[in-house]
Design a protein around this ligand. Structure first.
Ligand SMILES: *Cc1c(COP(=O)(O)O)cnc(C)c1O
Length: 341
């Protein structure tokens, strides 16, 4: 085990999150035993994977004397919503910048789901910016303005994916290994949706540094394979540096990010995503999200059908949250019939 108590952390979430078996989806797909790690249940304003990162990031912001959190993301950003909630809890201000990254947005997408909750929790939407804007630069510019006015802003990059944020998923890896030991369930594979890379980088570092031998399979929701794997690898190295771990314990070959399930682009629905969200809802009563975990599960389902994962193996899907985003995609689900006859 790594000494994670050595890093500043504020408590924002409910941990450990449950590790559950999915009997019905397992039976339906007739493949490996499917488990789900319920990081959608981290507890912070409907939860999600950003809560783990924010526990370390917000602690650093407070240590630096910050009074305002600034972050950015797409309009339906789960990260922005959890950051606004963290700021509310810690008595800080929060300003967010939203990128209109998804084309042909419906009214629901523009105003419901996450973005509605941002406002409800006192987050200030400082600007909605066109797709392709350099969002990190815009966040830094906003921070500079606030400093001029005598405030103490702390900028959290998109998705909270820094070495500090990745510590949250190093912690998740350790939590998962403890649950595996206590339940007697040997874990053969971990699968999840990967975007800004903090989740995958943290899991890889945590599962490698502990010598577990468990491979992590990322399903990209945006970037092509090569680029996504490079981004994950860079953050793995930064995290290893930050923690002072021996670099030799992790290989470039440990980074896998399949981009076959992105479809037309970030946040654009695919048939596979619709099927995955419906199946998981109808068979297990578990809500995935349209942008991340739905595409991640679509990838897992396809990999099972094509024989990549086999009967007798135990596969853990990390549910990274985001179901609130479903309300922004009401029309995408309006006409999809049941697949789970
Ligand atoms: C941000 C997010 C992800 C991706 O995690 P990264 O650490 O950014 O790669 C996956 N699922 C949901 C629901 C998210 O909000």
């Amino acid at each position: 085990m790594l000494q994670l108590a050595a890093y500043p952390r504020v408590r924002l979430g409910h941990f450990p999150t449950p590790l559950e078996f999915m009997p019905n989806l397992t039976r339906h797909l007739d493949g490996p035993n499917l488990y789900i790690k319920r990081d959608d249940c981290t507890g912070l304003a409907t939860g999600g994977n950003k809560t783990r990162k924010l526990e370390f990031l917000v602690a650093q912001a407070i240590a630096e004397g910050a009074d305002t959190l600034i972050t950015q993301g797409a309009v339906q950003s789960n990260h922005a919503r959890q950051t606004v909630a963290a700021a509310a809890r810690m008595g800080m201000k929060c300003k967010i910048l939203l990128e209109e990254r998804v084309p042909n947005a419906t009214d629901d997408y523009a105003h419901s789901g996450n973005v509605m909750l941002d406002g409800l929790m006192g987050g200030e939407i400082a600007a909605r910016l066109p797709a392709g804007t350099n969002m990190q630069q815009a966040a830094e510019a906003l921070a500079a303005e606030l400093r001029q006015a005598g405030h103490k802003p702390y900028v959290i990059p998109g998705g909270g994916s820094t070495a500090v944020g990745a510590l949250g998923y190093v912690a998740c890896a350790q939590e998962l290994l403890t649950q595996s030991f206590e339940s007697g369930v040997r874990i053969d594979h971990v699968v999840h949706a990967t975007g800004s890379t903090g989740t995958q980088a943290g899991l890889v570092v945590g599962l490698r540094a502990s010598n577990s031998g468990i491979p992590v399979y990322g399903v990209s929701v945006r970037a092509p394979r090569q680029k996504q794997e490079e981004n994950v690898w860079n953050l793995v190295q930064a995290t290893v540096d930050y923690m002072g771990l021996p670099v030799s314990s992790i290989d470039r070959a440990d980074i896998v990010a399949n981009s076959d399930y992105v479809g037309e682009g970030y946040g654009i629905p695919t048939d596979g995503m619709i099927e995955a969200v419906r199946l998981t809802a109808e068979l297990e009563g578990i809500l995935l999200d349209p942008v991340y975990s739905g595409k991640g599960m679509a990838g897992l389902i396809d990999l099972i059908r094509s024989g990549h994962y086999k009967k007798g193996e135990n596969v853990v899907f990390i549910h990274t949250g985001g179901a609130v985003g479903l309300f922004g995609y009401r029309t995408a689900f309006a006409n999809s019939g049941s697949n789970a006859a």
